[in-house]
Design a protein around this ligand. Sequence first.
Ligand code: DAH
Length: 320
Amino acid sequence: MDEVLKLKSKLKEINTRARGISDLPVSERAEFGRKINAEREQVLAEIKAVEQVALDTEVSPIDVTAWSGVNEAMPEFYPVTFGSKHPLMTELDRVIDIYQMMGFDVVESRQLDDEFHMFDVLNFPKGHPARDGYDTFRTEEGLIPPAHTSTMQHRVLKEYKKRLDEGGAIAVVVPGRVFRNEDVDATHEHTFYQCEGVYVSKDCTLSQMLGILREFFEKYYEQKLNIKTQPGYFPFTEPSLEFMIEKPKSLGGKKGDFLEMLGCGMIHPNVLKAAGIDPEEYHGFAWGGGIDRLAMLRYGLSDVRLFESGNLNFLREFSL
Ligand code: DAH
């Protein structure tokens, strides 16, 4: 291989010289061109010959089936490294595992949705300013890359309604990628991940929801937590709450340092009705919150943009 490298650098040198043709008087250019082309042909033929010998030799110098951590022949040219799972996917798996242990089914969200699922069926009145709050992107065809995983609520309710008819409950979480057309900064990204939860039964209550959420966050952060709620507004829940946890000391928090982790509430009767579920007979609660935010707190990150940046130094910190 050394020989090929030497010949290739000779070729480079010839090519550099060839560029000097423009400095010559026109009358000398033809002769110069012929000579330099002959030199080039000669070196190319030599490279081909050496490579052919290498190919014909019983053991090829390059064994494409062999694995080694580095390419020993040319470590500086071809360092071999391996990718790793994206930290958000690791966290998403962790989140899903906890909910599955609690008995929730998992349904994947979609990356392109429509006005009906994004707003209409979630009880957003037509022309209501709450629609603008979601900073939605729109395709030329008028479709919407979902701005929250709540776009899946109607589908989940319809699909799982049979569980109610069988005397059971609907218990589903929906992880998914969401998109918002807003200015990007350390705490806002145009693309991020959320996880939605939907629960419906004959007799479920808001305090059961708070119990589920507390259990989830305590499992995720592997410690007891102080939780708090404050009133919120979402057209698809009534009442609506913002769910907060006190930032644990072990993660750099101080007493009273409450962070909003998700939005939640009792599912609005109109949302149940739209899926053919009688709100007189059944009640539901739902919640939705960002995965990026969960992970940032867990790892002490202060810039959400790192997740979508493709920055290898950042990603390597999470490789196993
Ligand atoms: N989709 C809301 C958001 O992204 C969060 C949310 C609020 C989800 C209340 C819910 C809910 O399921 O019931 O801002």
